[in-house]
Design a protein around this ligand. Structure first.
Ligand code: CP
Length: 304
């Protein structure tokens, strides 16, 4: 595997390998990426993805070169194309972690890159490494992925994490997905077609409360302000689903509340202390999963 671009590219064997490596990394210290350099090239803001990738690389003995605002602080501001930047950075690093506002940017970057490109979020496209850490969280917290019932809630039209996670869940047995969103923010037809092709059952609804007591995972997402053309539309949907302790208490005893973060006010802080709230743990698991990914990717590049 050279580049990480979209969730569809992972098969269950690869996912299992990454999860086993992540489990091992929880207790083992490994300096396997000594001498390797990761370039983190972020054209969009990030807290978790950039810091967890950088932390992962440093924990593995590697080094990091970074720009957290490539739009302004790289030569993009002078008019350099993404492709030219990628070709140049290939001379300075062993792997590129790219976040970009344009859907398809990572695919475009990988087509000219001689080193692996990892998609760290491309506009409304995908966020495959987030999906892996989301799946890892489900495995760790519930002990299984097959046969889970999951509600994905919020801005399903613009949220790339739900798209990537839905693609991954389509690879597991007897999973049921309830997509909960306002009509205007429904999940894309491409995802529904994929799920149908993979015999994964799903429903669509605007009503969160009626399914709360039936789900194993409640995956809440932020209304993506930055993807709306005008403020008025954003304000219309901003508070459409709010998770509070009353709602969490109505969930099954053995169930979890997840969120890729950042949150605004779609999960009230009062929920944070509930044992079902695993969103901060989820962010912590991100370091282990990204360590496992970097190791696998750079070791296979070395062999190749
Ligand atoms: N979940 C996630 O992608 O968070 P950041 O935007 O902070 O990286």
């Amino acid at each position: 595997m050279n580049h990480i671009i979209e969730s569809q590219q992972f098969d269950p064997q690869f996912i299992e390998k990454i999860f086993s490596a992540a489990d091992a990394l929880e207790t083992e210290k490994k300096d396997v990426l000594n001498g390797k350099i990761m370039a983190s090239l972020f054209y969009e803001p990030s807290t978790r993805t950039r810091f967890s990738f950088e932390s992962a690389m440093i924990r593995l003995g590697g080094n990091v070169i970074s720009t957290e605002n490539a739009k302004e602080f790289s030569s993009a501001i002078k008019g350099e194309t993404l492709e030219d930047s990628i070709k140049v950075i290939g001379n300075y690093a062993d792997v590129i972690v790219l976040r970009h506002p344009e859907k398809g940017a990572s695919q475009k970057a990988s087509s000219v890159s001689r080193i692996p490109v990892i998609n760290a979020g491309d506009g409304t496209g995908q966020h495959p490494t987030q999906a892996l850490l989301d799946l890892y969280t489900i495995q760790k917290e519930l002990g299984q992925i097959d046969a889970i019932r999951i509600a994905m809630v919020g801005d399903l039209k613009n949220g790339r994490t739900v798209r990537s996670l839905a693609y991954l869940l389509g690879k597991y047995k007897d999973v049921h997905i309830s997509f909960i969103s306002p009509e205007a923010l429904k999940i894309g037809d491409d995802i529904k077609e994929y799920l149908e092709k993979h015999n994964t059952s799903y429903t669509e609804s605007e009503d969160l409360e009626s399914i709360t007591s039936n789900v194993d995972v409640l995956y809440q997402t932020r209304i993506q302000k930055e993807r709306f053309g005008n403020q008025e539309d954003y304000l219309k949907f901003k508070d459409c689903y709010q998770i509070d302790t009353k709602l969490v208490r109505a969930m099954k005893e053995r169930s979890i509340v997840m969120h890729p973060l950042p949150r605004v006010d779609e999960i009230l802080p009062e929920v944070d202390t509930d044992p079902k709230a695993v969103y901060f743990k989820q962010a912590k698991y991100g370091v282990l999963v990204r360590m496992a990914l970097l190791t696998t990717l750079l070791e296979s590049t070395q062999k190749g």
